[in-house]
Write a new protein. Structure first.
Length: 126
């Protein structure tokens, strides 16, 4: 009986982590949002990703986002926008495999304050 219970729990975990599966909020403080992310520096991005996401507000206006289902197109699991000055931020990503990489510097958009724009990417959370 214990083996069957463990197998069923494992199958449920696998199903929940499948790319199309709905995910629970990553933890306390994450809230539902709508995100629009473009990444011109990576061929694996199909232009612009739009969809439901989770948003986590951090100290000083910094924030992180995660898709509600699966991952962003290139396997990115989380995008972090860390404010470095007035209207300026550093954008980094964490892949599903735990790799941390830098997308670069971004500025807050003058047309849409929910967006941060770099040389070849943008991150918007609503």
């Amino acid at each position: 009986m214990k083996i069957l219970s463990c197998m069923l729990a494992s199958l449920a975990l696998i199903a929940a982590s499948a790319p199309g599966a709905a995910q629970e909020p990553p933890g306390p403080g994450w809230r539902p949002a709508r995100c629009v992310v473009a990444n011109g520096q990576n061929e694996d991005w199909p232009g612009t990703w739009r969809g439901p996401c989770y948003f986590f507000s951090e100290r000083g206006g910094s924030f992180s986002i995660r898709p509600r289902r699966g991952a962003f197109p290139d396997g990115t699991d989380q995008i972090g926008v860390t404010l470095t000055g007035r209207g300026q931020a550093e954008v980094r990503v964490i892949t599903q495999h735990g790799m941390n990489s830098r997308w670069g510097e971004a500025r807050r958009s003058g047309r849409d304050p929910a967006c941060w724009v770099g040389d070849d990417f943008s991150v918007c959370a609503y």
